[in-house]
Every structure is written in structure tokens, then in C-alpha cells.
Ligand binder design. Structure first.
Ligand code: SF4
Length: 370
């Protein structure tokens, strides 16, 4: 795709208010000689009320609204398609500035009475991804651009509205496991978690926010040094360097020894356990030997292991493991005192597995500006 194509719709020079941090918004207002509380007022309109234009900011004077209209804009992600799975999972395809497409998923967990006890939103942080993991549909797209923090918060706001309408309850949990590697878009992801957990906006506790990473060690250490309060999940998916090199190219430059070092630093600073995500692939990483190696890794620092039954992706050789191999694998982890849970992939009929949101070959063209 040529540069002229990717920037086709980026012709405006107006300031995108949702790409500014709260402090930058305050600076923007002070440059316009506005009183200091105006920045806070606009912040609340953007993130507490989720407005999509200045006309809705009714506590700003008409004059100020028209002035802002001339020099700034409020972008909102736009729904392109919505697909609902038979298990209640809903996948949303959004268009963002520049004509790019990205996806988010709303995953309800129901109690025995059919009431949604937990509503998890899986958000994207980038359009595409540079890391090219062999099992991942997003990795096959290449990388187009990072999302702004506003575009990440928009996903949560949009799905929160849907959740309230459909399930009578707002979103309860956020996982950064959609398209992209969250720690490769560090600043926007950090800003978005701060906004989402802000009591003045969506007020979702950091304890209910999980950011995943393929193992970017510098950024893991940075999270620790900044004392970021949310949960960290590490996409491990193989328990030795040889197999991990095969399916996750990042491992060739940041191997398991590097990861161990970063996670040790993380735990020493934050005293917080991490979750190891482990997609179980048939006859690849599901042997007793793999389970033993995974047990060793799980004891590097306090952690739990989340075994994920893979949503098969078209064109990917690795396939979901058999149930019998899962049982054997789990019992070895348990015998080794590893806390392990199994996550069944959700929304398989709509290709909605988080971290492997399917961008089918035939749909690629729709995922970029045309
Ligand atoms: S699994 Fe994550 S890091 Fe790997 S290619 Fe997919 S989106 Fe990127």
C-alpha cells in the first residue's frame, strides 16, 4: 500500500482532542487563553459523557464551541459491522481516522440464571502488528498504525453502551488482547488505562484491567518502575526457546532468559503475580515435557497459567489441541503446584478469539484505506 493511500483521509490539520493527554488538553486551553477549568470540562465531555461533537458540550458558550469547531475535532470510532456469536460474544468492526479498520470484542460470562455476571471487553491497541506470531491473524496483516488513547477508550465506551442496553449492566473487565501488541504502543495504552480507571470517567478498577504482552522486556521493567497498577499477562505459548522461536519471532531477540529477568524485576518492584497465557496447540506444545517446562517457568515468580484452547485460524498450520491432551497437560501442572485455569475460546463461529482476531485473507482490503 502506498503512503498516499494510507493517509488519504488525513487531510485535516485540526487538533484531534482525543489524542491529547489531560495535561496536553489543559495546555491547549491555556494557549487559547481559556480559564484553566475549561480543560477539565472538555476532558469530562470526552471521556465521562463520550460526546462526538462540540455542540453537545453545553456548558461551553456558543462562541467558544464555534471557535473550537474551527481549530479542533472530536473523533469517534465508527461501527462498520457487528457480529453476534451463539455463545453471546459480540464482535465489532470499527473504522477509525484514516479509513483503517480494527476490532473489539464483548465477552459476557453468564451465571446459572443467564444473568451476565461479568462483561469483558477485549480492546485493540494497534491496526495490525509488527511481531508476526505464526498463529495470529493480526500478525499476518503487517503493521499500519498505532491507535491513540482516545481510540482505545472509545472502544470501551462504545461496548459499555452496548452492554448496558443488552445486558443491563456496564462493562466489568478490560483485556488488552485484541489487535496489536499493547506495550509496542506504550504511551497511548498507559494513558488509556489511566482514563478508563479514572473515577470521573468509566471508573473501572485497575484490578479489572489486564494488559498483555509478547514479552517486551524493556517495557515490562518500565511498567514496574512506573508502578502501573493494572494486571500483566505474558503471552508465552511455548515453554522453551526452540519452540518459541518457531512461532513467535520476538523470542529470537528477547528470549526466555531475558523474559525471566524482566519478570523478576517486575515482581521485585510490584509484588504482583503475573498470568502466563498459553495457547495449547495440537502435537506442538502439549506434550508432558512441555508441561514440565511450563511448570518451571510458572515458578519464576508467583503466577498463574491460563491455558487457552485455540480458535483455529484459516491458513495457520497449528491447530487446537485435543481435549485428552489438555487433561494430561493440566494434571502435570497441578502436580507441580501450578495454579492453572482453562479458557475456552469464545465466539468461534465469528472468529472472535482475543489476540487472534481473524482478518481473513479475503477481507484484508477492507482493513485498510481504499
Ligand atoms: S499474537 Fe499479539 S504480538 Fe503476536 S502477532 Fe498477534 S497481535 Fe502481534
Amino acid at each position: 500500500m502506498s503512503d498516499s493511500t494510507v493517509t488519504k483521509k488525513d487531510t485535516t490539520e485540526k487538533t484531534d482532542l482525543k489524542s491529547l493527554t489531560r495535561e496536553e488538553l489543559a495546555d491547549f486551553c491555556s494557549e487559547l487563553d481559556l480559564q484553566s477549568f475549561r480543560g477539565d470540562q472538555i476532558y469530562k465531555w470526552l471521556y465521562e459523557k463520550g460526546v462526538s461533537g462540540f455542540e453537545e458540550m453545553t456548558n461551553l458558550s456558543k462562541d467558544l464551541r464555534s471557535r473550537l469547531e474551527e481549530i479542533a475535532e472530536v473523533n469517534r470510532i465508527e461501527l462498520v459491522r457487528r457480529q453476534e456469536s451463539s455463545d453471546g460474544t459480540i464482535k465489532f468492526l470499527f473504522e477509525i481516522k484514516g479509513g483503517y479498520h480494527m476490532e473489539s470484542v464483548l465477552i459476557p460470562d453468564f451465571d446459572d440464571d443467564g444473568y451476565a455476571k461479568r462483561l469483558t471487553v477485549c480492546v485493540s491497541s494497534q491496526v495490525g502488528c509488527v511481531f508476526g506470531c505464526s498463529f495470529c491473524a493480526t500478525g499476518k496483516m503487517g503493521h499500519f498504525r498505532n491507535l491513540s488513547h482516545g481510540e482505545i477508550v472509545d472502544q470501551v465506551q462504545y461496548l459499555d453502551e452496548v452492554a448496558r442496553e443488552k445486558f443491563d449492566k456496564g462493562v466489568t473487565n478490560i483485556v488488552y488482547m485484541g489487535m496489536g501488541e499493547p506495550l509496542h504502543n506504550y504511551d497511548a495504552v498507559m494513558e488509556s488505562t489511566a482514563i478508563i480507571s479514572d473515577p470521573e470517567t468509566l471508573n473501572i478498577s485497575p484490578k479489572r484491567i489486564t494488559v498483555s504482552t509478547v514479552g517486551l522486556t524493556k517495557q515490562i521493567k518500565q511498567l514496574a518502575d512506573e508502578r502501573q497498577p493494572f494486571n500483566l499477562a505474558v503471552s508465552l505459548h511455548a515453554a522453551d526457546d526452540e519452540k518459541r522461536d518457531e512461532i513467535m519471532p520476538i523470542n529470537k531477540s528477547l528470549n526466555l532468559e531475558n523474559l525471566k529477568d524482566a519478570l523478576t524485576h517486575y515482581f521485585e518492584r510490584l509484588h504482583k503475580p503475573v498470568t502466563f497465557e498459553y495457547l495449547l496447540f495440537n502435537q506442538f506444545n502439549d506434550t508432558p515435557e512441555d508441561a514440565e517446562k511450563l511448570s518451571t517457568i510458572a515458578h519464576w515468580i508467583p503466577s498463574k497459567v491460563n491455558i487457552i484452547m485455540y480458535n483455529n485460524v484459516e491458513g495457520v498450520e497449528l491447530k487446537r489441541a485435543q481435549e485428552s491432551r489438555l487433561d494430561q497437560f493440566l494434571s502435570i501442572l497441578t502436580d507441580n503446584d501450578v495454579t492453572a485455569t482453562v479458557r475456552r475460546s469464545r465466539g468461534e463461529d465469528i472468529d472472535a478469539g482475543c489476540g487472534q482476531l481473524a482478518v481473513k485473507e479475503g477481507e484484508k482490503g477492507k482493513s485498510i484505506a481504499d
